[in-house]
Write a protein that binds this ligand. Structure first.
Ligand code: UDP
Ligand code: MG
Length: 156
């Protein structure tokens, strides 16, 4: 099991509804480590790049207008199998299908206003982390509690 980094965006609905702290707390409490965190305004060009796979969809104009409507919080978290762990914590895209206990299942009723973006594969995560963070904005720091977050062979 490898330690991975994954990109998270807390969407405008999360920021506007005052849920940033709750979502960050869940990620930290799970044992994931913060490697980078910043508030930013997504512009259309960045949105087009980030959601390139969706630009032809009928909902895309609405998605751009939502994602650029107010600031987002971008984060990189690290941990063993972090990409899958965070996706599982988010739940499916349509929050109405998300199980209670997941972030979307606890905080959203929407497919579009679904609180959080998380990278969907390790390959995507590598690209998305580089898209949103400069090297100097990412921190490799020793966390004292790491001995207890997972066994040593799970963090190679
Ligand atoms: N989205 C939407 N309508 C849809 C599907 C997706 O508005 O029918 C939005 C939603 O905000 C979603 C984002 O587009 O989170 C990216 O879609 P994707 O399929 O990549 O879902 P995710 O990976 O976020 O679960
Ligand atoms: Mg996606």
């Amino acid at each position: 099991m490898a330690v991975e980094q994954t990109l998270i965006l807390l969407k405008p609905d999360c920021v506007q509804r005052g849920l940033v702290g709750k979502v960050v707390a869940r990620l930290e409490e799970r044992g994931l480590q913060l490697s980078g965190l910043k508030m930013m305004h997504l512009n259309k060009a960045k949105c087009d790049e980030h959601y390139a796979h969706l630009t032809a969809k009928p909902f895309y104009p609405g998605l751009v207008s939502f994602m650029t409507s107010s600031p987002i919080v971008a984060m990189v978290v690290s941990g063993p199998e972090a990409v899958k762990v965070v996706r599982d914590m988010c739940g499916p895209t349509n929050a109405r299908n998300a199980a209670p206990g997941t972030i979307r299942g606890d905080f959203s009723l929407s497919t579009q206003y679904n609180i959080i973006h998380a990278s969907d594969s390790l390959e995507t995560a590598v690209k998305e982390v580089a898209r949103f963070f400069h090297k100097e904005e990412l921190f490799a720091w020793e966390r004292k509690m790491d001995a207890l977050t997972a066994a040593p062979d799970e963090k190679k």
